[in-house]
Every structure is written in C-alpha cells, then in structure tokens.
Design a protein around this ligand. Structure first.
Ligand code: SF4
Length: 287
C-alpha cells in the first residue's frame, strides 16, 4: 500500500535551465550522481542551485542495503578517466564545494579508495579554491584504503552510520555499526586535522533514545558534523517507513546534538548528508 507522506515532506517538482544543464553535463560525460541514482527528493532544489553529488567507481554497488535505491550487482569496469571528468564538470559547474561519494566496491582490493584520492587531486588541480568532501564506504575495515583517501587531504571525511545499532544489520546487512564507528575513530587518529562527518537516517523503527545513543556514539569518536534526515522509501521493494518524525522532533535532536558538542548539526525531514553541504561545512567553521 502506498504510504501517505505528511505535509512537510511534499516537494515542488520543477526543472529549470540549471537543472537541464546539470543533467546534460552528467550525461555528456557519462558521470553518475547519487542525486539521481538514490532518487534523492532534493534533486530539483539542489540542481537548480547548481549543486550535485558525484558518484564515482561506476553505478553498480556490490552491497544491497535495504534503504538504498542504487543498483546492486556485479560492477562494471572502472572508467579510468572518471576522476578527470568529475574535476572538469565541477569546474564547469563553478562549484565552491564538491561532494564525492561512490558505490561500495567490495570487489576491488582497495575498495575504490585510489579513485577517491585521484578525484580529490584532480579537483584540486583544476579548481584549487574548491573544497572537497568525500562520503566514503567502510572499505570493509581496510584502514590502509582509508589512509589512501586521507593522504589526498579531503576537506571533510564523511562516513554515514545510517541507523541505530539495533537496526543496523537489518538496514545495511553488509556493513557493521562498530566498524563504521571505528572508521571514524581511525580517521581522526590518522588525520586529526581533517574534520569528520556522519549521518543518521531516521524513520526505520528506531526510538528517540536510540537516536540519542547513536549521536553520543558518534561524538565519542569525535565526529564534528552530523546530519539527521527522514528515511523515505525509494521503491516498494525497499524498507517501509515506520514513522515520519515531526519537524519539531528534528529540531529537538539538533538541540541535543549541539549540546553534545558537534560543531554543526543539520537536522530536518529532507536533510541528506550532502544537502547544503557547503553551508554545513561553513557553519561548522571547517571550510
Ligand atoms: S541532497 Fe545531496 S544527493 Fe540529494 S540532490 Fe542534493 S546534492 Fe544530490
């Protein structure tokens, strides 16, 4: 049965010249965005404002998280020009802050870390003033791969915890809650100057106290920026929404997060990890 969305989740579907332009650029260079692949509800707003999140290492993910709309399967080969093409597009778009994520490539020895590093460097070469945020997978706990990314010196290292510990196995079966925390902790140990960021997606059956516990777990490994958003079911095959959290509850969570000591908390029904990412980094005083 179709789940009726509350009023605060209704979005305006408008495509303007900027939207069409971004679409053309991405298609022209056969690049992928998580905006499209993950069916992000903010695509009309973000693309109209000429921001987008690049998705590298192909478009097919080796994992099959039950909340995510990205295609799962056996990945295609890597596009060796991808890093350069992303940098070129970031330049054409006039980005001041580029967000780069990837499908999880558990089939590759380094999980695709070297392509992250190449992409960071390629963007820096072309547009030295553009900050770069990477949203990385867990590399199956291969911290050597994490180091490859950190050595390229991204402005923000983002890794999403996604959900509370009790629901983690159900929501993202191939990931592990403690491993995600460990990644964020190791990142800080290896590169203390690179701020870390994480995201919790709520509405999959967690309690308020469990959200607070997850926030505290992230603070305990010194995560600097936190985003909290409402889970929306991308297709009928994906996990059902268990609860639409009210905007007032998101506001309360933000207050709690600030109290816990995060530099910045972005919390709201339509907030996504990369939503207003530039402003988030600036508000945290990190870029
Ligand atoms: S919130 Fe992120 S993923 Fe969604 S459209 Fe905006 S940039 Fe893309």
């Amino acid at each position: 049965m179709h789940q009726r969305k509350p009023e605060w989740l209704k979005i305006k579907l408008t495509t303007d010249e900027n939207f069409k332009d971004i679409k053309k650029m991405m298609r022209g260079k056969t690049l992928h965005t998580v905006c499209e692949e993950a069916k992000c509800p903010n695509i009309f707003e973000c693309w109209s404002n000429r921001t987008a999140t690049f998705m590298i290492n192909g478009s097919i993910c080796t994992r099959g998280c039950r909340f995510c709309a990205v295609t799962t399967g056996l990945p295609t080969e890597l596009d060796l020009q991808e890093a350069e093409k992303v940098a070129e597009t970031a330049e054409q778009m006039g980005l001041k802050h580029a967000v780069v994520t990837a499908v999880a490539r558990d089939d590759l020895k380094d999980g695709g870390a070297s392509v992250f590093a190449e992409t960071i460097r390629a963007i820096r070469n072309r547009t030295p003033l553009c900050s770069v945020e990477v949203l990385i997978p867990d590399f199956q706990g291969n911290w050597g791969a994490l180091k490859v990314v950190l050595d390229a010196n991204p402005n923000i290292l983002n890794h999403n915890i996604e959900t509370v510990e009790r629901l983690s196995d159900r929501v993202r079966s191939k990931a592990k809650y403690p491993r995600s925390l460990e990644l964020l902790k190791v990142s800080k140990q290896m590169a203390p100057k690179i701020p870390t960021k994480s995201s919790i997606m709520i509405g999959v059956g967690e309690t308020y106290d469990e959200i607070l516990q997850t926030m505290q777990d992230l603070r305990n490994v010194d995560v600097n920026i936190l985003t909290i958003g409402q889970y929306l079911q991308p297709t009928k095959k994906h996990l059902k929404v268990e609860k639409f959290w009210h905007p007032d509850e998101f506001a309360k969570l933000k207050e709690e997060g600030v109290r816990m000591g995060f530099d910045h908390v972005e919390s709201g029904p339509l907030v996504r990890s990369s939503y207003h990412a530039h402003e988030q980094g600036q508000a945290a005083g990190r870029i």
